[in-house]
Write a protein that binds this ligand. Structure first.
Ligand code: SAM
Length: 280
């Protein structure tokens, strides 16, 4: 059963990190004329109301995107990301938050392609209504772990895969590894961007090390820790982004931004970041 709805979490600190990195990766891809394919294995609804009852229930975006929205001193990569969120809010106020497909839609060129997977029937219906008829876009009501193999290698031999599961059960951790292992055999040169939650679970703690082992040609790992888990060890302390075959510029870009994000999004004195890489 799929209980997870991203609308509860849209625009939170994890989305800020995830979408900051996604924007940087897609901007880098846009640096060459040759078209590429963007694959989103867990696409969500595409965009979210921040005024709806889901987002309002916990107000997670108030400790995420809302803390960046009014700032006039954003470092350049964050200003770039926030400018896309502004583009998604043409009325001027922060009322909606773009999901990863919307961010990709704003950045991809007419010759690039999008393959979006979403399993939840309601999220899929919203996503399909939003992007399903756009040129170059295919929206599939299917399992993204399984469906990924059919999208690789892209005909143009350039591609970015975002893998952003909900990790509802522990099964997703193993599926991330298995589907990426297969994907890398089909398309070793692809850029693979994986989000994971910083929660008190062995599977989550081990995931980066398991991903490193899959990526002989180079990887980058960024983690932003903003909160303490509660007394029972529950709660999202932060999140990580693991990038296989990262743009060579990504490490320096994030090195200039993550300390700033710790200051602005940190919810306790122990807030911190990690940035590590093994270059190609
Ligand atoms: N990537 C989105 C973004 O950044 O805006 C958010 C995605 S949300 C974290 C995860 C989504 O994956 C949920 O909408 C959930 O319904 C969907 N989902 C869960 N299991 C899936 C699977 N096996 N294949 C495709 N979608 C799945």
């Amino acid at each position: 059963m799929l209980a997870y709805r991203h609308a509860f979490h849209a625009g939170n600190h994890a989305d800020v990190l995830k979408h900051l990195v996604l924007v940087q990766v897609l901007r880098y891809m846009n640096g060459k004329d040759k078209p590429y394919r963007y694959v989103d294995t867990h696409a969500g609804a595409g965009g979210y109301s921040l005024e709806g009852r889901y987002a309002q229930k916990k107000g997670e975006y108030e400790r995420g995107i809302a803390l960046l929205w009014e700032r006039d001193d954003l470092p350049e990569p964050l200003a770039d990301y926030v400018s896309l969120v502004r583009q998604f809010n043409p009325q001027g106020a922060l009322e909606q938050y773009p999901g990863s497909p919307a961010i990709a839609q704003m950045l991809l060129r007419p010759t690039d392609q999008m393959r979006l997977f979403e399993l939840h029937p309601t999220e899929h219906r919203i996503l399909d209504a939003y992007l399903g008829k756009q040129r170059g876009v295919e929206v599939r009501h299917a399992d993204g772990f399984d469906g990924l193999k059919g999208t690789l290698p892209p005909t143009t031999r350039r591609g970015v895969v975002l893998m952003d599961p909900s990790y509802e059960g522990n099964g997703d951790y193993g599926k991330v590894i298995a589907s990426l292992r297969d994907a890398l055999q089909r398309f070793a040169e692809g850029v693979y961007v994986i989000w994971y939650p910083q929660v008190q679970k062995v599977e989550a703690a081990e995931l980066p090390r398991r991903l490193e082992a899959l990526a002989p040609k180079g990887w980058l790992h960024a983690r932003l820790t903003v909160a303490k888990p509660d007394s029972l060890g529950f709660g999202l302390a932060g999140s990580g982004m693991f990038v296989i075959n990262p743009p060579y510029t990504l490490h320096d870009t994030l090195a200039g931004v993550l300390p700033w994000l710790v200051e602005v999004l940190g919810q306790y004195d122990g807030a911190n970041y990690l940035l590590d890489q093994r270059p190609a």
